[in-house]
Ligand binder design. Structure first.
Ligand code: 5CA
Length: 466
């Protein structure tokens, strides 16, 4: 078996430039933590490089999104970042998009653009290949960088100009089938965010430049959220569909969606205090971060780009479409917003860059070094993701860095404990520390953390700092 050596790393060999000072440009906690924990560096306004630690989290989030999209029946493909202006002229959005669109001219003076979204391109691909209703329903998605020349890029990766998005596009024969496709994505979104330890609330939304007549934004509650949100408190305890949810059962899916849309939930754009039906003592008034947005817009793009199929009776049918976005790079910041304390990030195990941080309290001490090497090798060989802080640094520096980075477990090896064969295991989320033998610590970490279940609950509400 070829081992993935990137899952077990030594701090002295790992590119992890943590900062002691808080960078002045960062206004919100996630941006501060991402810079201080060496996850990202700004390359230009709203454009970031992802350093190894941040990149690992991005990839974990991406993988959860992918798994839940696949499970719902959507198929992954990959479209380019650069698109031709022609299809945007056809849809009528080339001028509408205004300055937010980054326009490029190639050497042949052809007008190109860096894609802010992909409705036009996917519709063109579909229209070129699919000719019969028999090939429906179809849902195609990709996970790709987007560019929107935002007037005010801010809050780090939360509102970037270049950002990583999952966008899915559904194609159906009629509006009823389109609604089933919409429900599938709705349910997949509930599961996706719950797996990241987030409590998400779907809210009725404005459709903006994407268009259409049905749309939900998925928001997580966080003090630094860009939108004010108003929802019934029942949302805080609603049940998320389990692993075995049957995406083939349209009735069951509709029931889940009906439940999750049964209570009042609006962003400030849609909320009207005068007509809000929820009594004040049942209304949650908070701020939220939009992590996903889904749209049903019928034939808006299929009509203009000629996405038509032959229906069951041979008649020509213009397909019904929806589009479904998740802000993958935004989620890295959003999860920190929902899940941190004064010392740093507190990663849910499912998206943590590594599961275990190994702290050698006395580097250079023969016993400590040997014990750490042993633990490191055994966790690595058990397939555990581990970051070994083997630097010649003071204990205080190592502790502060580990808390900042926020791995679910810290395994602390020091000379005093080792004399009696004892190490300390700290849970980053609860702060609980336990002294136990090396063997018990290893058993705990390989038995528990190896399943991805270590640390905080995966479906629990993120813990926001006060
Ligand atoms: N075409 C549709 C659905 S695929 C679309 O583009 N929807 S969107 O505009 O709402 O974007 C989808 C998600 O991308 C948003 O919910 C948000 O989480 C994320 N997003 C949008 N703009 C930015 C940005 N400037 N920086 C980071 N993430 C963003």
């Amino acid at each position: 078996m070829i081992r993935d050596t990137s899952n077990a790393v030594r701090r002295t060999r790992y590119f992890l430039p943590t900062l002691k000072e808080t960078p002045a440009e960062a206004q919100i906690v996630s941006h501060r933590i991402m810079l201080r924990a060496g996850m990202i560096r700004q390359s230009a306004a709203g454009i970031y490089s992802w350093l190894p630690l941040g990149f690992r989290v991005l990839k974990k989030i991406e993988q959860i999104v992918r798994e839940e999209q696949n499970r719902s029946g959507a198929q992954e493909l990959l479209m380019p970042t650069i698109q031709s202006a022609d299809i945007w002229r056809q849809s009528g959005r080339y001028d509408d998009y205004g300055k937010e669109m980054l326009r490029i001219t190639d050497r042949h003076e052809r007008e190109m653009l860096y894609g802010p979204t992909n409705e036009e391109l996917i519709t063109q691909i579909f229209a070129g290949e699919v000719k019969s209703y028999r090939d429906l329903p179809t849902n195609l998605y990709h996970i790709q960088w987007k560019f929107r020349d935002e007037v005010r890029p801010r809050f780090g990766v939360m509102r970037g100009r270049e950002f990583y998005m999952k966008d899915a596009y559904s194609f159906d024969l009629d509006a009823k089938a389109g609604r089933v496709a919409y429900n599938k994505m709705f349910v997949a979104y509930l599961r996706t965010f719950a797996r990241m330890g987030l409590k998400v609330i779907p809210m009725q939304a404005d459709t903006g430049p994407i268009g259409g007549d049905m749309s939900h934004e998925f928001l997580i509650l966080a003090e630094t959220g860009e939108s004010a949100v108003f929802c019934h408190k029942a949302y805080l305890d609603m049940e998320v569909p389990a692993d075995g949810v049957d995406y083939g059962d349209a009735v069951a899916l509709a029931k889940v969606v009906a439940c999750w849309t049964s209570e009042y939930a609006m962003t400030d754009e849609m909320h009207d205090a005068a007509s809000c039906p929820v009594p004040a003592d049942e209304l949650v008034s908070a701020r939220g971060i939009e992590v996903g947005h889904i749209f049903f817009f019928g034939t808006k793009y299929s009509e203009k780009l000629g996405a038509r199929v032959a229906g069951p009776g041979g008649e020509e049918v213009t397909v019904e479409m929806g589009s479904y976005g998740i802000g993958v790079s935004r989620l890295v910041g959003a999860i920190i917003e929902a899940c941190h304390d004064d010392a740093g990030a507190i990663w849910p195990a499912s998206v943590a860059p590594f599961q275990v941080g190994l702290v050698n309290l006395r580097q250079g001490d023969a016993a400590c070094d040997a014990a750490c090497e042993d633990v490191f090798a055994r966790l690595r060989d058990a397939g555990q993701e581990i970051l070994y802080d083997d630097r010649d640094e003071r204990a205080g520096v190592k502790f502060a860095d580990m808390d900042l980075i926020g791995l679910p477990w810290q395994l602390v090896v020091g000379p005093r404990g080792l004399k009696s064969g004892i190490v300390e295991l700290k849970n980053r989320s609860s702060g609980a520390r336990e002294e136990l033998s090396v063997e018990s610590a290893l058993a705990r970490l390989t038995g528990q953390a190896g399943t991805g279940q270590a640390g905080m609950g995966q479906t629990g509400m993120g813990r926001a700092a006060s």
